[in-house]
Design a protein around this ligand. Structure first.
Ligand code: ATP
Length: 313
């Protein structure tokens, strides 16, 4: 299917720091693209360029063929944007906020009331339609912000950490809405720090220090993790974590459910070595097991450059 959004070697620097480093990717209609990266990786800067708010230094990006910078005022009509801090009007009610955004986005007056009512339904805000936005819970504010970003019925939606700080019920509601939009053909570009949310996307991109390290569906990224994962039960666990990280043949280690999960190219050899002669007299090795990689493992391997563990997607 023809891509709605195309990034071609997109670049942005702040002083000498390259915040976005030649990122290329494509987003077709109906796709939910999850953009994952640590704080400062370049996610917001990428979204801001796509929204025509920050001028790219190099490369180009387009939405439905329109250049995101040179034709930004036309491109703007095509998408909704929910930034990390969406500016709702706290002294206006839910209904009034939606009316305000409908006006600002030039929704035809004859269509606005029905659209607003439909959005209030979809965002589950019926009971709060006359409440001041400032009085809503964090989750409801986010749902209202999403509804406001949708009032002009965009075919593309940019969401910058829409579920940060939300309880599980509101996160689920937010995701149900995103699925519904995607089924209707809306393309969604969403940043998140939550690995379980990453798995709900149809495509994922890992960004690290401005560079796109991988782009593929979640399943394909997971299956690109080819090493076995050894978990050790060691007592006491915290000093074990630090000590095992420094062992030869170990690339990294993480604490998972009280065990030490090891990132190593040949964990079987490590296990054989340690079961024969455990080198840490002050740490008790109580047992081991093999774990299945989850998205956090995969993201860690890509962002830390553990190439020996990956068949790069
Ligand atoms: P977070 O998850 O914290 O939102 P992010 O992945 O969205 O992070 P960006 O906000 O895009 O990251 O920032 C990328 C880098 O660019 C960071 O080092 C940041 O400090 C820097 N940066 C962003 N905006 C500016 C700016 N206006 N001036 C200078 N540096 C900036």
């Amino acid at each position: 299917m023809r891509s709605l959004v195309v990034l071609d070697q997109l670049e942005k620097s702040f002083g000498r720091m390259r915040a976005v480093d030649r990122v290329s990717l494509e987003l077709p209609p109906g796709e939910i693209f999850g953009f994952l990266g640590a704080n400062g990786a370049g996610k917001t800067t990428t979204i801001r360029m796509l929204c025509g708010l920050t001028r790219p230094d190099g490369g180009r990006a387009s939405i439905a063929g329109l250049d995101v910078w040179a034709q930004r005022s036309e491109a703007r009509k095509l998408f909704g944007y929910m930034p990390q801090k969406f500016s709702l009007y706290p002294d206006l009610s839910v209904l009034e906020n939606l009316r305000f955004f409908a006006g600002a986005c030039r929704v035809p007056a004859a269509e606005a009331p029905a659209r607003i009512e439909a959005l209030i339904e979809r965002a589950d805000l019926r009971a709060k339609r006359d409440a001041l936005a400032g009085s809503l819970s964090g989750g409801m504010k986010q749902l209202l912000a999403l509804a406001c970003a949708l009032v002009h019925e965009p075919k593309l939606l940019f969401l910058d950490e829409p579920t940060a700080g939300l309880d599980p019920v509101h996160r689920q509601q937010m995701w149900d809405l995103l699925y519904e939009l995607s089924h209707g053909g809306v393309a969604v570009f969403v940043t998140t720090h939550y690995m379980d949310e990453a798995e709900r996307c149809t495509q994922l991109g890992f960004i690290h220090r401005g560079r796109l390290l991988a782009q593929a569906p979640p399943d394909r990224l997971k299956s690109s993790f080819r090493a076995k994962l050894l978990e050790l039960e060691v007592d006491p666990v915290m000093p074990a974590l630090l000590r095992l990280r420094a062992e030869s043949g170990v690339l990294g280690a993480a604490l998972r459910s009280g065990r030490v999960r090891l990132y190593a190219p040949d964990p079987e050899a490590l296990l054989a070595r340690w079961t024969q002669a455990w080198p840490h007299a002050d740490l008790r090795l109580l047992g081991h097991r093999w774990a299945e990689p989850d998205m956090e493992d995969v993201f860690t391997a890509y962002s830390q450059g553990y190439d020996a563990l990956l068949d790069r997607a």
